[in-house]
Design a protein around this ligand. Structure first.
Ligand code: ZN
Length: 142
């Protein structure tokens, strides 16, 4: 397992992106809109992992609800796994509460599932199935 990305809920990308630009010494690697999750995202690659800044585009977005309850901050941590269905079955057997009992397709077209924070020390954890890279190219999903 490795950390695939850390999702950070921000009130405004306009305000948050320059903070991370200063911190990392360069601009984001990509920016985009994830329409079905009602967020705008700015992605900074950091080693094998990424930092994703997430700004809500609607008050109904999970990010907007998170910020109104808890303020800005780390929203979720994503771990990549080799076989997601297998990992979920194993975790469920160990008594971990799952939000998604079956893998579903996330914004980046990858198979993902969320674990319930009540089972994971209050941290929302997303598991993501690492895609087999064919031809040596980099995946370019959010
Ligand atoms: Zn994420």
């Amino acid at each position: 397992m490795k950390i695939h990305h850390v999702g950070i809920a921000v009130e405004s990308l306009e305000a948050a992106v320059p903070i991370f630009e200063n911190l990392l010494g360069r601009g984001p690697d990509s920016e985009g809109l994830v329409a079905d999750q009602q967020v705008r995202v700015a992605v900074f690659a950091v080693g094998e992992s990424r930092i994703e800044l997430l700004e809500a585009t609607s008050p109904d977005s999970a990010i907007a609800r998170f910020i109104s309850k808890r303020g800005q901050g780390i929203h979720h941590l994503t771990l990549s796994v080799g076989n997601l269905a297998e990992s979920l079955a194993q975790l469920e057997q160990q008594g971990v509460r799952l939000i998604d009992r079956e893998p579903r397709v996330g914004a980046g077209n990858e198979r993902i599932a969320f674990l319930h924070p009540s089972s994971t020390a209050g941290v929302l954890i997303e598991l993501l199935e690492e895609q087999q890279v064919v031809g040596g190219g980099m995946n370019d999903e959010l």
